[in-house]
Ligand binder design. Structure first.
Ligand code: MOS
Length: 745
């Protein structure tokens, strides 16, 4: 039987068996000879100076090799260095063990290295620090008057400042017949992937290092290590073949990598550093934000004014920014707009991207404000959105490369049964539960970054691909293998996609739902060249069955090159390689977005989420009983892994709306629920019926594959839809996330 295309088929994860059997190895699971174990000591104060360190008792413990603090750390290249990693916001990166200064609570202050983990952890309790404490600020609400514009810098290319105002917002708002003014708030969240941040550094001698690291970007961390420690790039190899979730926390190198490499170079030994769950709360997080919206419409429910202002926290050393306030005008047309985005520096670690950074924050405020307006207008929330449907991007006047949001609304509403909704809040009752329906729109950018792909046909006639990209659990390995198999007409089992290795050709970190487009397009480009090369060789063979044919006359299938109109005439890949003296035919090519053409368009993935909640009449406990998310994200390469991405995002949406929050004790400047017992995430019993629909969105403009990415788009609309459903159930509008049941009592 001849090979069937795999794109569009629900292929199961190729590495699934390795994962469920435990054969897949993660960064902390590599056993190397003479391995030493590092355990981190974290500061117990929030701001001030270390005035005295006593490492004597720790060093006296049998098995302890070294205790490294700011007093005895080696001198390093990066202490004079500004640039550190591809995702560094403007500012000066935090440097562990740099000096006596404490900038945030939980800052790493020492690394205890011992022959085994338990000894290191025990000895870490014996290291004592004396501090001189200084006053600190960790509360956003108390410091809103300090809000200022974000500094500009390299990372702001992807995070542009707020758009310029249009029309006359204040005038339009003042005179509008229908308007809503609202404030939205959400707290800090920590990513908490199940795999702890960990690094195993293999000291190879001669300044060479092989590093197993938990990261979303192998090359990003290779560059970081080489720069910081003054090593040659080629001498640093970062491997991350399996990553147990990251959600943005692995976009930048985290401090365990630095400490582990430092110890390995200092001691000339193999070293591993694993953070514990509490320490997972001692670096970056999703920033808390306060958002104010003022939206107005005419009598017919056409938006006339959009004002969205957001204030987020950042650290004292870097200006982390998100795209928060630009979204409403990409979603809805309005002649008068005003957008503001400000930062308040606090004595915390710099925030970092967390799943749908900025987008999910924004959509909460925008889509709940839209819900409020719908009630004021006495319009169905879906009808209100359809009245303000943007055929072209209102913020740029450019057409979208594609936009099947209307189909998402229609299919999502139908599947959910939205038309059965009684508009009156509190009107639907099931046993002792108030039932509410809520909906919201979602939008996320369709990113594509350059990527280089090495592709070769081996002497077995099989395809091997090499790229540095990671698969953080999204299904990248499977999806890339499918794309490659179809490009060459090979069965899936004849494709090997090597990844998660900084030695392979370039890839950005895996983030922003960009990888399917970025790495996938690189495969398409490399496959094209590879086919040209194979064809040329095949046509040049003496008495070649395809001699005289042009490239258009042949097809690639089952490891052969056939004449299109004579399937008996063919040359096999194996024959080509053997006539090439057994040498593989190979190529390395760059795939990149067609920037010149894309400048003429706006590009985005869209979604619509419909949610049913039940709220206990007496106890006010909220349950999301059903949710449907319809997604328009271009071509879906693998409906199974894509669905899993959206399901995971929907669970996160429920989590963000009802569970997740890192709580700061403002007196101590310290997060207090730093464990998975008290940092609430949903368990199985919190998750009920979830449905995913993909719109049939054909996009011939966005890239060679017509894909947009299907990670974060599944999350963006969910928290707002839940908040809107809670309002519909109870008549109470809760504008803070997560929504606590006691706010409804
Ligand atoms: Mo992400 S926040 O796309 O790593």
């Amino acid at each position: 039987m001849s090979t069937q295309p795999t794109v569009g088929k629900p292929v199961s994860r190729l590495e699934g068996k390795l994962k469920v059997t435990g054969a897949a190895k993660y960064a902390a699971e590599y056993d190397v000879p003479g391995l030493l174990h590092g355990y981190v000591v974290n500061s117990t104060i929030t701001k001030g100076k270390i005035v005295r360190v006593d490492t004597g008792r720790a060093k006296a413990v049998n098995g302890v090799i070294e205790v490294i603090t700011h007093q005895n750390r080696p001198k390093l290249a990066w202490f004079d260095l500004q640039y550190t990693d591809m995702d560094a916001p403007p500012g000066v990166v935090f440097k562990p063990l740099y000096d006596a200064e404490i900038k945030y609570n939980g800052q790493p202050v020492a690394l205890v290295v011992a022959t085994d983990f338990e000894t290191a952890r025990y000895a870490a309790t014996l290291v004592s620090f004396e501090y001189e404490e200084e006053p600190f600020e960790t509360c956003l609400d108390n410091n809103l008057e300090k809000a200022r514009d974000a500094k500009k810098g390299f990372a702001t290319i992807l995070r542009p400042p707020p758009p310029k105002p249009t029309g006359d917002f204040e005038g339009a708002f003042k005179n509008a017949p229908v308007k809503v003014e609202s404030e939205y708030w959400h707290g800090v969240e920590h990513h908490n992937p199940i795999e702890l941040f960990a690094t195993t550094t293999v000291y190879e001698g001669d300044g060479k290092l092989t590093i197993y690291d938990k990261t979303q970007g192998t090359i990003n961390n290779q560059v970081f290590v080489a720069n910081v420690f003054g090593l040659h790039f080629k001498d640093v190899r970062i491997l991350a073949p399996f990553v147990g979730g990251a959600f943005g926390s692995g976009l930048r190198p985290q401090y365990q990598l630095f400490l582990c490499v430092m110890a390995a170079l200092l001691l000339k030994r193999n070293v591993r550093v694993v953070l514990d769950r509490k320490q997972m709360f001692s670096f970056s997080h999703r920033p808390q934000s306060v958002q104010r919206t003022r939206f107005s419409t005419d009598e017919n429910g056409k938006l006339t004014g959009l004002n969205h202002s957001a204030v987020s926290e950042t650290s004292q050393f870097e200006d982390y920014t998100e795209q928060v306030v630009a979204w409403s005008h990409k979603l809805y047309p309005a002649p008068n707009t005003l957008f503001e985005y400000k930062l308040v520096p606090l004595d915390v670690h710099t925030p970092i991207d967390m799943r749908a950074p900025g987008g999910v924050t924004a959509m909460h405020a925008i889509e709940c404000t839209m819900d409020q307006l719908a009630y004021k207008l006495n319009l169905d929330p879906l009808e209100f959105r359809l009245r303000n449907y943007a055929e072209t991007d209102p913020s740029t006047q450019k057409p979208f490369t594609s936009k099947a949001l209307r189909e998402c609304y229609q299919k999502g509403a139908e599947k959910f049964g939205w038309q059965k909704r009684n508009p009156t809040p509190g009107s639907t009752i099931r046993r002792n539960k108030l039932v509410g329906y809520g909906m919201a729109t979602g939008m996320w950018d369709a990113y594509q970054f350059p990527a280089r792909m090495e592709a070769m046909i081996t002497k077995e006639g099989k395809l091997v691909l090499n790229n540095a990209v990671t698969d953080i659990g999204t299904g990248t390995l499977t999806v890339m293998s499918q794309i490659a198999a179809d490009e060459l007409g090979l069965p899936l089992e004849d494709v090997t996609f090597n990844y998660g290795d900084s030695k392979k050709p370039f890839s950005m970190f895996q983030g922003g739902s960009s990888v399917t487009a970025s790495t996938g397009v690189a495969i398409v480009v490399a496959a094209k060249t590879l086919k040209k090369k194979l064809f040329k060789k095949a046509a040049g063979i003496k008495n070649s069955p395809i001699a005289g044919a042009s490239e258009e006359d042949v097809i690639f299938k089952d490891g052969n090159i056939y004449l299109r109109n004579d399937p008996t005439a063919y040359v096999s890949f194996k024959d080509i390689i053997s006539l090439n003296n057994g040498r593989a035919i190979e190529t390395t090519n760059m795939g990149a977005p067609d920037v010149l053409n894309l400048r003429k368009y706006s590009k985005a993935a869209h979604s619509a989420t419909f949610v049913e909640v039940e709220v206990d009449k007496d106890l006010k406990i909220i349950t999301v009983t059903r949710a449907v998310t319809a997604v328009a994200a271009g071509k879906i390469i693998n409906p199974k892994t894509a669905r899993s991405q959206i399901l995971g995002s929907m669970v996160w949406g429920i989590s963000k709306a009802l569970h997740e929050e890192t709580i700061m004790d403002e007196k101590l400047g310290k997060y207090i629920n730093t464990n998975l017992g008290e940092y609430h995430i949903p368990v199985h019993a919190d998750i009920h019926e979830l449905d995913v629909i993909f719109a049939d969105e054909k996009d011939t403009l966005i890239n060679e594959l017509g894909v947009k990415g299907v990670g974060e788009i599944g999350l963006v609309a969910v928290p707002a839809a839940i908040a809107n459903a809670v309002y519909h159930a109870t008549g109470t509008r809760i504008t803070k996330l997560p929504i606590h049941f006691d706010e409804l009592l």
